[in-house]
Design a protein around this ligand. Structure first.
Ligand code: URA
Length: 423
């Protein structure tokens, strides 16, 4: 087979045959197809798209490029959640112990953050001693013992995606529904849980701000999951405003523990409970996630999980050396707090990284003291900025220009869960 024929076929808008897909993914993963040829095919896919069954095969080949997890030793129903990422999106941290407390097992393989949305592993690494790099047998041991484990996805899972995603990043080919859906789902299908719930964020702080595109991505991913034998559904959730009050690694851990203790912010609780309910339903478990918070069992699971991964759940988290505030310029009601701007500010304060190899600060970030709908008085603090060095405040404050609006009356509160998408 000739890779140029594969590129020409897609360039001219034809469906790739199963053999062409098999050949391309295998040859690109083993290095016999060059980056420039793969880039040409990716650009043709951006423009021409993929048919539904073509995408199922493409995704199956990405999964087959690496290992698949073997969860057969886990006695509980297995279920996972994936989020397309948002500002203050610490949902994974309380969610895994909540569903574990309800009788499911959640092997949450996560990533690090890049850009203005944080990564789950970066957040957990703010906890002294916590280890995210677990060998597969260790991951299974924690999962069986606790029912929840949050660790790094090893390089063995869908390696074709690792190569393709790095190439897409530098060739302007990230923005394509079939390429995004196959990238996310290849890693989730390789996990082989019984069920999967996707949290597709919509709004200014989301990867896809536009609702129509977010819906199309959600529908495509749900179909891919189901075609690969995983009960899959998606919730479209609001990401116009940061989720909860904290954006930044250690700050989000603190908020997660408060949430597990029953003192979480309303918007965060709403999203967590909606996702937990969906996960338990797909896993076939009849339990109320709210009661796992009320009776303390979810918090207990959190502590068990942290200890099982060598962290100290009672240790103090690192605190930033420097603080600054953004205050209200007038009195009234906060009508807008832009998620993307807060994400960029947290990133510039040190909570995020610009390149994969950069370190992140465990203590930097933004605390939203006020959220839309809250009354504010002129001069009152709206945002608290945390950083390790004072030089970080000026660029962070510049990112917040226009992020806050104060009006006379509160606008209609937006529902956090916008839509549910099932097969
Ligand atoms: N996240 C992924 O894992 N892949 C994409 O293509 C986009 C976001």
């Amino acid at each position: 087979m000739d890779v140029v024929d594969v590129i020409r076929a897609k360039r001219d808008g034809r469906r790739l045959s199963d053999e062409q897909i098999e050949y391309f993914i295998r040859s690109y993963t083993d290095g016999s197809v060059a980056d420039y040829q793969a880039a040409a095919l990716l650009m043709a896919i951006v423009w021409r798209g993929m048919e539904a069954d073509e995408l199922v095969k493409w995704t199956a080949e990405m999964v087959a490029s690496g290992d698949r997890m073997d969860l057969s030793s886990v006695s509980m129903p297995t279920v996972d959640k994936h989020s397309t990422g948002g500002v203050g999106d610490k949902v994974s941290l309380p969610l895994a112990p909540i569903v574990a407390a309800c009788g499911a097992a959640d092997p949450m393989l996560s990533g690090r953050g890049l850009g203005h949305t944080g990564g789950t592993l970066d957040k957990l690494e703010a906890i002294p001693g916590f280890r995210v790099d677990l060998a597969p047998d260790e991951m299974l041991r924690v999962l069986n013992q606790v029912g929840a484990v949050i660790c790094a996805a090893g390089p063995g899972l869908a390696p074709a995606d690792g190569k393709l995603y790095a190439l897409r990043d530098v060739t302007g080919t990230v923005e394509s529904i079939p390429l995004i859906a196959s990238s996310i789902m290849s890693k989730k299908i390789a996990e082989r849980t019984d069920a999967l719930v996707l949290d597709v964020k919509v709004g200014s702080g989301a990867f896809l701000p536009d609702i129509a595109l977010a819906r199309e991505l959600a529908e495509t991913m749900v179909k891919l999951g189901e075609a690969h034998g995983i009960r899959t559904s998606a919730l479209l959730t609001n990401m116009d405003t940061p989720l909860g009050r904290a954006a930044g690694n250690g700050l989000e851990v603190t908020e997660s523990v408060e949430t597990l203790s029953g003192r979480g912010p309303e918007d965060l609780m709403e999203v967590i409970l909606a996702l937990a309910t969906e996960m338990l339903e797909l896993a076939g478990i009849d339990a109320d996630p709210r009661s796992a918070i009320d009776d303390g069992s979810a918090l207990e699971k959190w502590k068990e999980m942290i200890r099982a991964q060598d962290g100290d759940p009672n240790a103090a988290l690192p605190e930033a050396a420097e603080r600054s505030e953004v205050v209200a310029e007038s009195s009234g009601v906060l009508t807008k707090l832009d998620a993307r701007a807060v994400g960029i500010a947290a990133w510039r304060l040190g909570a995020g990284r610009a390149r994969k190899e950069d370190p992140v600060s465990p203590s930097a970030g933004v605390v939203c003291l006020k959220k839309p709908g809250d009354e504010v008085s002129e001069g009152e603090p709206l945002l608290e900025l945390h950083a390790d060095e004072p030089g970080r405040f000026e660029p962070a404050i510049a990112a917040l220009d226009g992020a806050v609006e104060i009006g006379r009356e509160a606008t209609e509160p937006q529902p956090m869960v916008i839509e549910r998408i099932r097969a």
